[in-house]
Design a binder for this molecule. Sequence first.
Ligand SMILES: [Zn+2]
Ligand SMILES: [Zn+2]
Length: 387
Amino acid sequence: MSYVVRIRYFYAGGLCSLCMTVIGCGALDDQPQQESHASNSSEAQSAEVDARPVNPAHFIESALAAPIVQEERALSDGTVALCYVISTYSEPQEHAMGPWAPTTIDDGADKGGIWLDKGEVYDVDGPFVRDIAEFYGDPEWKLYREDGSVIMTDTKEAFEAAARPDVDPKYYNHVVEGRPEWIDRQVSVFVIPVQPIYQNQPTSIGGGAGGPDRGTHNDAPPPRGQGGPPPLRPNMDGGRPPRPDGGAADGDQRGGPGFAALGVAFNGVEFAPPAPLQAILAAHTIAPFDDAGGHLNPHEGYHYHAVTGHTKEIAQSDGHAPMIGYMLDGYALFALESEDGSVPVGLDECGGHWDATRGYHYHAGAAGENQIIKAFRGIPGTMATVD
Ligand SMILES: [Zn+2]
Ligand SMILES: [Zn+2]
């Protein structure tokens, strides 16, 4: 679909919202401050009533494929709410994409990206590729040739055949790397409620009931909340139209249960659900992320599986971790670490908490966890890719 047609699509949605309310940059500061409460239960109550509105002015303008508009839209559970419709190119504005795979086993870390395993972040440099059989304790791995060159998907066709759940056996033992020039420019349309709607029962990000990322969820660390989390609300059937592509081994199972995206950075790039590392590794492939935590998928373009501090940040005057984006439920996402390097304690089963300055908000999981948030505290909106 051409650029022109895409634009027509957005405008067909209703241009009435040219009169959208743009909340100024000082919106957070202008919010009435809630009193700080001593007990957890009154904190939870505060979180419920204390919904800070999304501020569309935080998005980088050049990331937008169309002006952000306000429209009444159905959220993923069918609830109709006033939403921001945010159409982005899902291309980073502040950093380059890649590199992902080194070319030879002698290459340094500057020639490759990162890999995530059991909470740790590893540089995908030449030696990492060379030693991967040892790393995983499995002699079937061999990602390089005798001349030291790395075996990778070096054509668009190879990439497409390797980046799917049923990896073409020809591409077993390959580093799977997509290149920007192989991907058609697409527009991602994020529909996010203007005012987050707090739920006592979180909405699961899904993917655990089937599909290639099942193993990832089984390996996920236990929730950090105290006393065990309440049962997660399953995704409702039909809440999100099935994706046409049927998923990709890089993780992006779109046809099954689960959300296509978790949220969006201020540069318009999607924060994605966990990459299905077990499925990827089962084919003796790795699909490295660049240093910004992103990689490409044939159907979806560039997206992040980890937060590593490469995108636009909005500093907080009290030393709290900077704000880096919004999740689909309208709650803001903040980096993990405060200015002094400390990390928040006592986050709930979604990966969020409440404070008097910011209301309820999330903190991104540590990059190695392959899990940006754990569940949605609010009713999530939707994301669709238009191409
Ligand atoms: Zn991915
Ligand atoms: Zn916080």
